[in-house]
Design a protein around this ligand. Sequence first.
Ligand code: SF4
Length: 544
Amino acid sequence: MQKDILNEIEENLKSGYKKIVLCAPTGVGKSLVGATISRYFDSSFTITASKHLQDQYIKDIPFLKPVKGKQNFPCLKLMSSEKVENTRRAMRWGLTCDKGVCQERVSKNGKEVVEVCKFKPTIKQVEENSADSQSCSYYLQKYEALVAKHSLWNYHAFFQIMKFNKKLFADYLDRKVSVFDEAHKIEDQIIQFVGFDIFAGQVDECNLNSEKYDFSDLDSMIKLTDDIAYSYANKIKNIKESPAFQNNPDYELISKLERRYDKAAQAKIDILSDKDNFVVNDPIRDLNGNFRTISVKPIDISKFAKTFFDTEYQIFMSATIAKQSFCENMGLEKDDVAFVDTPKSPFPIDHRTIDLLNIKRLSYGSTEEDEIEVIKTIDRILDEHSNVRGLILTSSIPRCQKIIRYLSPKNTRRIRICHSKNKDGKTQDEVISEHATDPTGVLLSSSLWEGVDLKDDLSRFQIIAKVPYPNYKEKRTKAKMDKFPTWYTSQTLTKLLQGFGRSIRSNDDWAKTYVLDTAVNNVFFKAQQMIPKAYYDVLGMDNL
Ligand code: SF4
């Protein structure tokens, strides 16, 4: 199957396409396909979204030089100041590179100078192999990746360079191809780099009164952004002119305030340059109704996307990606993009059956009876699978709580709620580890739709209680849905198909999937053209 995919990609490249969207299901070996394309071009960037997938690449594709996050390395400067010699102990004590101050302004002979950490190598030293063996290991691996022909990045680190440091690393970015894996997540990644998030702490720090602003109005939020920038500028000026600073300058504080000023000022420029494209999401408030945070985000990211795709050739890979909506969303010309849709899943059909039970349609307006009927069905399925582990997916935390409330006591005891953040402080991984020790445990979640592998006995059945529509009460979602109706359908389909794949991770693995919400028919109907061919057999669409 890999060979067929590669042949099709090669044909497309030979006929002149420089951008290719590859839709290939789990088990096809997308990472090996990506690696072969990288080799074909002689120089490349490979970009992944999840740590789990990055680890898999590191294991399987040794010629890619990986860039790992700062939290994975001990900071030599902190170790030196804390007098810790053992790197393992430094890691245990949290003396990691994300906390290091790599560059600071200090006073020398009464003059302000920038001092770079003595452990930080330069990229030139790394390129010429002359870096000190005692150099900072975070920067060593990052620069080794930048000078290498083939490197492996996570989206955040890669986009950070593309957005802010293109000039600085211009000599090292001339690579032929970018292979974007988990490409269905690109929009979520890009949006972190455009727009503005305002936090309560920031408003307080700037001595502003949040009640003076209208949190539903874009102009008022632009004014708040401007006031924040103005306040930071004033603070910097006042601190610099103060006698305390003249006697004992705190340059670290000044740098911090300058970064905050830059961010607010840049956000204002971005928003004003394309005002109609930005929306203000509803503010998040704490239990007492106090303002916590608010974000101003663009509806259409296509005009920003090009900044992040800079190589001559680009390959976008995912198990769940549809060409048309992807191109529309990313601002790519449809005719310039080739689409390779893998015709079949490599896993046997009876290992991944999907039962559309059509119990009730669930929505914000569902009746209590409908909701309870769905939960009763969950109870019945749990009884049928009483000796194995499983997974229940739904769309929100309140829905998880409701399921728990109405399940029979014996099935309630099997449930472990698993969100990205859990009340008792446990991480998602910790909850899944506990689940692995419970032979009949069932995970209940609104966040495990993707990025988790419940291999083999970790899950033998999965219940999709509610179709995962994006939350249209969120203003950006609503605005985007109005402007790009196919985007809403494609987001729902992507999440649903990702959910289908959580419990079937290899050829010998198997799990049965039940879908209870009748809204699934509507999604499949509207998204007919977007459904990847590899799902046609299990969805009974073989005759299409
Ligand atoms: S360069 Fe490395 S060792 Fe130095 S402060 Fe930064 S992270 Fe720490």
